[in-house]
Design a protein around this ligand. Structure first.
Ligand code: NAP
Length: 320
C-alpha cells in the first residue's frame, strides 16, 4: 500500500499522516486529473492535499473513485486532506460545508480537514465576519470531527498566538498546522510551539512556491506578490544538490523533512512528480540542516492581504 511505503507522523489521536504528499493548488481539471493519476497510481504518493478554494475536489474525487473501482488502488492507500475556505469557517455553516467536501471527493470521511484561514467571512466570501473568533471557528471544526466526517482536524495560516489561544479551550486538540515554511521562512518558533503541544506541522511552499504569481481569487482579485529570490537557485542548496547528486527541489524538501515536518510539493509535471518523492534515499547532516536554517534571507511569501482589517488577521503585526 502507498501508506506503508513512506514515513509517517503520528497525530495525537493515533492517526498516521504521511510526511509527503502531492499539493494541488492551481492545478485544475485536466492537469490535476493527470497529476493525481501519475502521483497515486505510478509514483505511489500516499497523500493528496486539496481545498475547497482550489476548485478541484470534484476532479480529484472522480479520478480517485475511478482508480478505486478499477482496483488500481484502495481508498486507504491515500490520505486525503482538504480545507474549508473563509466563507465556511462560521460554525453555523462549517458542518454542512464539510459534508459538501465529502460529496465532491466521493468519500465517507477525509483523513484531515483544515480551516484554510483563521479569519471568517460571510457567505459571499467578501464581507469579513469580524465577530467570529478562532475559538468559534474551532468549535465548528470539533463538531465536524465529532460527526465523524474527518479522521483528524487542523488549522492553516494561523499565527502562533492563535494556535496557543485555541488549544487552551479546545476539546479536540489541533492535530495539524499547515503553514508556509521553507528555506527563507523557516518558522522555528511555530515548529517549537507545535512540538511542545504535540501538534504535527505541514509545510506549504517548501520549494518557495515559484508558481504563486499566477494566482487569482474566485472574486477576480489578483494578489500582489513581493519580489523574492528563488529558493531553488540558492547557492547553499545548489552546493548540497551537487554533493548528494540530487536536485535543488529534493534538497529543499529534505531540509523540511529532516526537521520532522511534512511536505506537500505541488507539480503537474510527471517527471517532477516522481522526482519530488525521491527524497528518502539520502540525508542531510545536522550541520547541513543548521547551515540551511541560518540562510540570511528572510521572507514570508503568503501575506494573504484579504484578511487585513479582520480582528483575527494572523499577520497584523507584519503589515506595514
Ligand atoms: P511549491 O510546492 O513550493 O511549488 C510548486 C511549484 O514548483 C509549481 O510551480 C511547480 O511547477 C514547481 N515545481 C514542482 N516540483 C519542482 C521541481 N522538482 N523542480 C522545479 N520546480 C518544481 O508551492 P505551492 O504549490 O504553493 O505549495 C504546495 C502545496 O501546498 C499547494 O499545492 C497546496 O496544496 C498547499 N498550499 C497550501 C496553502 C495554504 O494556505 N494552506 C497555501 C499554498 C499552498 P509545475 O507544477 O509546473 O511542475
Amino acid at each position: 500500500s502507498n501508506m506503508t511505503a513512506f514515513p509517517t507522523i503520528k497525530l495525537q489521536n493515533g492517526v498516521e499522516m504521511p510526511v509527503i504528499g502531492l499539493g494541488t493548488w492551481q492545478s485544475t481539471d485536466d492537469d490535476v486529473r493527470k497529476a493525481v493519476e501519475v502521483a497515486v497510481a505510478e509514483a505511489k504518493y500516499p497523500l493528496i492535499d486539496t481545498a475547497e478554494i482550489y476548485q478541484n475536489e470534484e476532479v480529484i474525487g472522480n479520478i480517485l473513485h475511478k482508480m478505486i473501482s478499477e482496483g488500481k488502488i484502495k481508498r486507504d492507500d491515500v490520505f486525503l486532506t482538504t480545507k474549508l475556505w473563509t466563507n465556511n469557517l462560521n460554525p453555523a455553516r462549517s458542518l454542512a460545508a464539510a459534508r459538501e467536501c465529502l460529496k465532491r471527493l466521493q468519500v465517507e470521511k477525509v483523513d484531515l480537514l483544515l480551516c484554510h484561514m483563521p479569519a471568517a467571512f460571510a457567505e459571499n466570501g467578501v464581507d469579513q465576519e469580524k465577530e467570529v473568533s478562532v475559538e468559534e471557528v474551532w468549535k465548528g471544526m470539533e463538531a465536524i470531527y465529532d460527526a465523524g466526517l474527518a479522521r483528524a482536524i487542523g488549522v492553516s495560516n494561523w499565527s502562533v498566538e492563535q494556535v496557543e489561544r485555541v488549544i487552551k479551550s479546545a476539546k479536540v486538540p489541533i492535530h495539524n498546522v499547515q503553514n508556509e515554511l521553507y528555506l527563507y521562512w523557516p518558522q522555528h518558533e511555530l515548529a517549537e510551539v507545535c512540538k511542545k503541544h504535540g501538534i504535527s506541522v505541514t509545510s506549504y511552499g517548501s520549494l518557495g512556491s515559484p508558481g504563486r504569481v499566477n494566482f487569482t481569487l474566485p472574486t477576480g482579485q489578483k494578489l500582489d506578490w513581493a519580489a523574492a529570490p528563488n529558493a531553488l537557485d540558492d547557492a547553499k542548496v545548489k552546493e548540497l544538490a551537487e554533493k548528494y547528486n540530487k536536485s535543488p527541489a529534493q534538497v529543499l524538501l529534505r531540509y523540511v523533512i529532516e526537521r520532522g515536518i511534512a511536505v506537500i510539493p505541488k507539480s503537474v509535471t510527471p517527471a517532477r512528480i516522481h522526482e519530488n518523492l525521491k527524497v528518502f534515499d539520502f540525508k542531510l547532516t545536522e550541520e547541513e540542516v543548521k547551515a540551511l536554517d541560518s540562510a540570511t534571507h528572510r521572507q514570508r511569501l503568503f501575506l494573504q492581504p484579504f484578511m487585513e482589517g479582520h480582528p483575527e488577521d494572523p499577520f497584523k503585526s507584519e503589515r506595514v
